[in-house]
Write a protein that binds this ligand. Sequence first.
Ligand code: UDP
Length: 238
Amino acid sequence: MVRFKRILLKLSGESLMGEQGYSIDVKRLNEYAVQIKEAADMGVQIGIVIGGGNIFRGLTGAGKGFDRVKGDQMGMCATVINSLALSSALGAIGQKNRVMTAIRMEPIGEFYNKWKAIEAMEQGEVVIFSAGTGSPYFTTDTGSSLRGIEIEADVMLKGTRVDGVYTADPEKDPTATKFHDITYNEVIARGLKVMDITATAMCMQNNLPIYVFNMDVVGNLRRVLSGEEIGTLVHTEK
Ligand code: UDP
């Protein structure tokens, strides 16, 4: 039994650096591709948004004197680079997929269209949504909330390098404890850094649950889809 019929998988660009600490680690990239193919083979319809933080972040650029809008556009291009890498890795193991872009840039990717994306997913293709929302001042978290809601996903699976939502950053505070589940309101009230506030608010208003789990452990995507409770569910009030 599979827990979700259609998912929006959010992968962070930073995780893609793997152990090499910069750019794209091919080992991590291929591990992601294998996990995604495994999920597709389970019959799950998959949309993916991947960040660009391993290459460029607009806000960091602005801190170094870059124009914010141009910096964000560079960040969006970074997500396209990562999306093409993932697309290539998926193709290499025989998983049909396509890259859609929020900004027109054919033939690199097809211009985003909700209905074409759903049609492709229904036919077993993995659809990678790149260039975030297409607008500056947003993040790929917001991009994945938006796409998740648009494609009518059952859940946003947020693959991170930690295994869920904690009371504090577990990498900094050893006393931090993990939530099995938590409401969006509590995430906001406690100031927990699950996603930025804009993205969290969008999911809350449109009732898209988020499941946070550690995607860097091979096999975890399948475990989540099979119903194993290995992460944290963020949801509306009970
Ligand atoms: N970005 C943007 N609009 C969007 C999505 C992303 O301007 O809709 C830019 C922004 O500069 C961001 C960068 O792309 O810093 C990379 O995305 P993000 O930081 O979300 O990637 P992650 O941290 O998940 O790797």
